[in-house]
Ligand binder design. Sequence first.
Ligand SMILES: C[S@@+](CC[C@H](N)C(=O)[O-])C[C@H]1O[C@@H](n2cnc3c(N)ncnc32)[C@H](O)[C@@H]1O
Ligand code: SF4
Length: 482
Amino acid sequence: MRDVRAAKAFVEKHRKRRQSNKVLHGHPSPMHWAEQDVPMDAVLRARERTNREIPKRVNLYVGTPYCLPTDPDRCGFCLFPTEIYTGQRQLDEYLGYLEREGDLFRDHFAGAELASIYFGGGTSNLYKPHQYARLMEIVGGVFDIPADIEITLEGIPQTFSHDKLAAMKQCGMNRVSMGVQQLDEELIKASGRRQRADQVFRTLESCRELDLPISVDLIFGWPNQTIEQMVRDLETVAATGVAHITHYELNVAGRTDFARNRRGDLPSQEENLEMYRAGKAVLEACGYTQVTAYDFERRDAPVPSSYLYEELFRKPFASNGSGPVGCDAWGWGYAGISFFFGTPQSPGWAFMNQVRVDEYFRCIREQRYPVMRGFHYTPADLRLHLLFQEMQGLAVDRAAYRKLLGRDVVDEHAVVWRALEEIGWVTVSDDAVRVRDDGVFYLPLIQNMLAHDRLEEMRRQRPATTTSPASVAEATEAPAHA
Ligand SMILES: C[S@@+](CC[C@H](N)C(=O)[O-])C[C@H]1O[C@@H](n2cnc3c(N)ncnc32)[C@H](O)[C@@H]1O
Ligand code: SF4
């Protein structure tokens, strides 16, 4: 950004446009992960070398590819790579391949300490009760699983049953994340999901009986959704006492049904902003505190909600008494996304596994890493990535940034911060840059401003890859989670 005027003009130009939800991922978007022949041996050697300088635990994501069929396809909105579930045989076969991928990586993770585990997808609660122990056994074939770490499984309301949840708990899973999206049964029909509100309440009740912490994901900005409907959903979910609610703005992109056929039914950007403001106000009034751009935690929960996997994902570096420490994020399985960050001087790689299950299987049969493409970080890209991740937590710690990266984040992006302070979206103080008020809603736009010059440079050097499905290019939530 040339100067404050140009930065403010950028905001004016883009604030009315629908934001692609870059808030869910870091820098750069996987659209720019153009390296198709990721030199995995070199990547793993670099990981070993740099982990001697900055020791890292492993924040583990384990993917499952399959989802129940819907009409429209992929729930009408989903940008994640998935394949249609046709029966139990697929899951048995998949678990065999997952185990074999573990064999390929086992030696490289020898002695590695797990920080947390997240079973995501796709739909990770399609498994039968006995298969949750099998999933844990597969992980246990590569890592020692410490007794006290957070182990989450994510799924949809209609395929959680009391028996399944009990089996998950029995084998050590200690947190559930439920993708509810909408409680309103008329609205949920737009996504083709055969999901009923009573299944949501039944799952919450089972988790309470089993003493199993659970969080709920909701989406606002749905086709034909009104603020009143959104408020009703939020109040109903809050009344259950659930400790953690994630409230995402619907990301509309790619070749999804909502992007192609329902644009006219979507709330405008101004209406989405109103929804964001109203949603935050309702949740605060119901006893929740906003902890990230989209996470809300109940203030009086008997056990504070834990979402360590996501926190570690957002903060891959930290410090302890003896210096910097960190976390590698390993995405094991179909479409898994990994970040093996090294040091600020040798920043490492991000890479993504195959997003077609037959390709994933083929690589493993041929004893090859099932990696589809990746990105080799430069120091400048690492700084942007860490900044983006930290901003999702609504504050950037200036001293920590300086200590790890040797620069002052305020000096580095002085023009952008000045413009955003004048607009009222950030405050800058001696200790932190804080995102505030509507700036939280506009975080993807802020991130675009911060990365603007670097992205221009990347576009000049190499056009973004066009070889993979748009769905992949958009999908990075690992996790939101993936
Ligand atoms: C990919 S889903 C996987 C879990 C499960 N299959 C489900 O549908 O809930 C994980 C979360 O990503 C979020 N998500 C997926 N697509 C999204 C989109 N287009 N916009 C906003 N959030 C999205 C949803 O909140 C969802 O709960
Ligand atoms: S939203 Fe969930 S259930 Fe629907 S296609 Fe995406 S991953 Fe599958």
